[in-house]
Write a protein that binds this ligand. Structure first.
Ligand SMILES: *[C@@H]1O[C@H](CO)[C@@H](O)[C@H](O)[C@H]1NC(C)=O
Ligand SMILES: *[C@@H]1O[C@H](CO)[C@@H](O)[C@H](O)[C@H]1NC(C)=O
Ligand SMILES: *[C@@H]1O[C@H](CO)[C@@H](O)[C@H](O)[C@H]1NC(C)=O
Ligand SMILES: *[C@@H]1O[C@H](CO)[C@@H](O)[C@H](O)[C@H]1NC(C)=O
Ligand SMILES: *[C@@H]1O[C@H](CO)[C@@H](O)[C@H](O)[C@H]1NC(C)=O
Ligand SMILES: *[C@@H]1O[C@H](CO)[C@@H](O)[C@H](O)[C@H]1NC(C)=O
Ligand SMILES: *[C@@H]1O[C@H](CO)[C@@H](O)[C@H](O)[C@H]1NC(C)=O
Ligand SMILES: *[C@@H]1O[C@H](CO)[C@@H](O)[C@H](O)[C@H]1NC(C)=O
Ligand SMILES: *[C@@H]1O[C@H](CO)[C@@H](O)[C@H](O)[C@H]1NC(C)=O
Ligand SMILES: *[C@@H]1O[C@H](CO)[C@@H](O)[C@H](O)[C@H]1NC(C)=O
Ligand SMILES: [Cu+2]
Length: 347
């Protein structure tokens, strides 16, 4: 399919965000404040674990919840979106031209992972946290160690490589699933496709992680994270997840971007004084980059929607979730342990 080849160029750019209203508090059962000694509503943080280290029961619960999202009818009236899973994808599709290659790249995707996790919990009764794909564990010997990776397990994983002319995934819990959105902005039924290029997985190895951890400001760090440790899985898995616009059509997208979020948080945690609220970047990707990635040009309405006083990404920048969860500001997603997000990474 031609979109497979068109997508590759799109990957190398993502970033920007800001808004003014206070973060709404989303109450779920885990935020039981009955034992709280302060006014904080985040008393028990959601634990986000590595897929490699979860029990089979935990993996099954996550897979079941994701299948539930895939099978739950849409409610928000988005063009082409038939399921709750599609609605999340739609939200990414229609903002793809401003959430990549801009300052909001990391905070927007952080909040998007939260929105996904929150939907699993509130719609599908999932009680765990959003798992992450600790990709460095699968990049030994400078290539994807496919056979060893529990991620691609056909029972307690996401299935393997695609097969046949269209590279449709035909094994695992998501075998033969249908995407209703994509490629790019199209509304069409396509299969979940993957076409592994194992050598790209080395872009997620420890050398590249160390390189990003050594950066000392948000701009340099975010540019580094979005380059190698972010591109690795998009390029290495290929197919649906390589489509920079419609990539959330592969359930693996959420585990990949949660890993990236974890790496950003690790970087922030090295010096919270300096980094907890360190934000910078532009709000709009260059036109040449949008064109290269088959993305729509940015509208005035989109720029107004940023609620950012200048061209530069500030903590006020509006993170837009199209009503899936309320919009919020970049500032309110900088601290993963705050009352809004209330999660932690478990190793
Ligand atoms: C995706 O995989 C196909 C088949 O291996 C390959 O031809 C194509 O170049 C890959 N795309 C990228 C961006 O590497
Ligand atoms: C938490 O505190 C709020 C505000 O005081 C209260 O309305 C709510 O019932 C409390 N929730 C629990 C589970 O105690
Ligand atoms: C809780 O909120 C009240 C009222 O806003 C405030 O006076 C008090 O200092 C707060 N307590 C803590 C521990 O933050
Ligand atoms: C979630 O739990 C509620 C209450 O027990 C139940 O009514 C609902 O059917 C459950 N939803 C799913 C998707 O299992
Ligand atoms: C690397 O590859 C070699 C040769 O295939 C193998 O013996 C070794 O176990 C691999 N190492 C890791 C860490 O996977
Ligand atoms: C997926 O589709 C292939 C090809 O049509 C078919 O052989 C296979 O049985 C299907 N698998 C599932 C789980 O539906
Ligand atoms: C990571 O990959 C690069 C390029 O393939 C290689 O030069 C480097 O040695 C690798 N690092 C590790 C820790 O494997
Ligand atoms: C954290 O960053 C601040 C500001 O750059 C710096 O003064 C401080 O030394 C750093 N702390 C550590 C532990 O590196
Ligand atoms: C989110 O922000 C956009 C842009 O400002 C706005 O159009 C939209 O109404 C907001 N959505 C919600 C649910 O507040
Ligand atoms: C925003 O920045 C871009 C790139 O630096 C520049 O071309 C554009 O004119 C700026 N727009 C505004 C409104 O300042
Ligand atoms: Cu994205």
């Amino acid at each position: 399919m031609s979109f497979l080849t068109r997508t590759l160029v799109a990957l190398l750019a993502f970033t920007t965000l800001v808004s003014a209203s206070p973060a709404p508090s989303l109450s779920v059962s885990k935020r039981d404040n009955s034992t709280s000694t302060s006014n904080s509503t985040c008393t028990t943080k959601t634990q986000r674990k590595a897929w490699h280290k979860m029990t089979n029961d935990e993996k099954q619960a996550y897979i079941d919840a994701e299948l539930c999202l895939i099978n739950t009818p849409a409610t928000l009236g988005f063009a082409g979106a038939q399921t709750k899973f599609d609605e999340l994808q739609y939200c990414h599709v229609w903002q793809s031209n401003v959430i990549h290659y801009s300052g909001q790249f990391l905070p927007w995707h952080r909040y998007f992972m939260y929105a996904h996790e929150y939907q699993l919990q509130t719609i599908c009764n999932y009680t765990g946290g959003q798992p992450y794909w600790e990709e460095v564990l699968d990049t030994k010997n400078n290539s994807l160690q496919m056979a060893d990776s529990p991620i691609f397990d056909t029972v307690y994983g996401f299935g393997g490589n695609g097969q046949g002319d269209d590279w449709c995934v035909q094994d695992g819990p998501f075998a033969n699933m249908t995407n209703h959105l994509g490629p790019y902005y199209e509304i069409s039924d396509t299969c979940l496709s993957r076409q592994f290029v194992p050598s790209y997985f080395s872009l997620g190895n420890q050398t590249y992680i160390d390189e990003c951890m050594a950066m000392d400001n948000y701009w340099d760090a975010h540019w580094c994270w979005k380059s190698n440790p972010h591109s690795n899985a998009h390029l290495g898995v290929n197919g649906t997840i390589l489509d920079t616009v419609a990539s959330p059509g592969d359930p693996l997208f959420y585990l990949h971007h949660t890993n990236l979020d974890r790496l950003w948080w690790e970087w922030q945690a090295v010096n919270l004084t300096a980094r907890l609220y360190d934000m910078s970047g532009g709000n709009t990707p260059p036109v040449w980059w949008l064109d290269k990635n088959y993305m729509k040009h940015i509208t005035e309405a989109q720029i107004e929607g940023f609620n950012d006083p200048t061209n530069h990404t500030s903590l006020q920048h509006n993170l837009i979730m199209e009503g899936i969860v309320p919009n919020t500001t970049i500032e309110s997603v900088m601290d993963i342990g705050n009352d809004l997000l209330c999660y932690e990474y478990v190793y």
